[in-house]
Design a protein around this ligand. Structure first.
Ligand SMILES: [Zn+2]
Length: 372
């Protein structure tokens, strides 16, 4: 397989400052760099380079997303708000939770990140690469039509998906979001659009609060095209692979997408400070292989992954490398030093309460899709 990497040094210049959340200067807490910052992402690129895997990747250059691309997902008012805060020196652009920061003049970097998925779609559909990974920031899957949220300003994956449908002419696309948090923004973007299957596996009731239940199925003509798989905190490889076998893969084969998008967050991995799941580098490799097999059957192997969360900088690069190795078919000499302890945890196996949660998602989301 030929794998594309969408990377631009300027993704690392997205400035999230030293004010995390609604903490003011006199609010008792010393300023601190937010979890979503450049070092953790840059270390993924560093490991790709140090391992030699970069030499096997096709570099795809992004261009900033234009208004026409952003407006397929967002309102003009949202674009204007982000631009105004950016031009005024930067600050929080979220309406709720106050965790979405744009730096001074940082709107251009957010547009560049939103253009990453478009570059990946173009690279895949033009046949330059079989699959692609966008290693960009800011991330995107919490941003809604009229609202920045989490660490997300524009809905990068949703924007790439809307481009694939409306500009590149595809008829059906699917999203499989394995970030530990609910892909609420992607869900909202295609809530009434039957051309997109949106699947999110996430920690039950994590972020955003109240979002991502099995009852959220889509609306209008799109009922049955949104599947939420909320998993109990502490879920590991057994739960995720069971969810893939019982829900994700049957859903993909039923929907028959022409391109599969993966909002890829490694905060569902063990050690993450912002979630409580336990996946290992080998879990991410296995999930990638399963999606590649499905994509091979359904859509010429075409997968576009877009980076989302993952906030444990010592371990996330090994998880990402495993995904890149699977996508490209190139195995490096690197071994994950954290794998033995994490994979050896006996709670990695599917537990009865996790099995029940998966059954609920089967009986709700998957059943609604199969009933279409
Ligand atoms: Zn996340």
């Amino acid at each position: 397989m030929t794998t594309g990497l969408v990377w631009d040094e300027r993704f690392m210049w997205h400035d999230t400052g030293t004010r995390f959340g609604p903490i003011g200067a006199l609010d008792w807490m010393e300023p601190i760099e937010p979890p979503e910052s450049a070092p953790g992402k840059r270390r993924i690129k560093n490991l790709l380079d140090a391992s030699g895997l970069s030499r096997s990747l096709v570099m795809l250059a992004p261009a900033p997303a234009g208004d026409v691309d952003l407006l397929r997902v967002h309102t003009q008012a949202h674009l204007d708000h982000v631009a105004a805060v950016s031009a005024a020196g930067g600050g929080n652009v979220a309406r709720r939770f106050a965790t979405t920061r744009v730096g001074a003049d940082g709107e251009g970097i957010a547009r560049l990140a939103a253009g990453a998925g478009i570059a990946a779609v173009d690279g895949v559909l033009a046949g330059r690469v079989d699959n692609a990974y966008c290693l960009h920031r800011p991330p995107g899957h919490h941003a809604e039509t009229d609202e920045a949220m989490g660490f997300c300003i524009y809905g990068n994956a949703a924007i790439a998906g809307a481009y694939a449908l409306d500009a590149a002419g595809l008829g059906r696309i699917a999203f499989v979001d394995w970030d530990a948090h609910h892909g609420n923004g992607t869900q909202a973007a295609f809530w009434t659009d039957p051309r997109a299957l949106t699947v999110s596996l996430h920690q039950d009731q994590s972020f955003p609060p109240g979002s991502g239940t099995v009852e959220e199925l889509g609306a209008g003509d799109a009922v049955g095209t949104n599947i939420n798989i909320p998993l109990p905190p502490g879920s590991g490889e057994g739960a995720y692979l069971a969810a893939f076998e019982r829900i994700v893969l049957p859903a993909l084969h039923a929907f028959r997408p022409e391109l599969i998008f993966v909002p890829s967050g490694f905060d569902s991995g063990g050690h993450d400070p912002l979630a409580r799941m336990m996946l290992t580098s080998e879990s991410f490799r296995r999930m990638t292989e399963l999606l590649m097999a499905a994509a091979g059957d359904l859509c010429g192997g075409h997968i576009v992954m877009l980076h989302e969360g993952g906030y444990a900088p010592h371990i996330v690069p090994f998880m990402a490398l495993a995904v890149f190795e699977a996508l490209s078919g190139e195995k490096t000499e690197v071994s994950d030093p954290f794998l033995p302890a994490l994979a050896g945890n006996p709670w990695q196996a599917l537990q009865p309460h996790q099995d029940r949660a998966i059954a609920e998602a089967e009986q709700a989301g998957l059943a609604a899709l199969l009933a279409r």
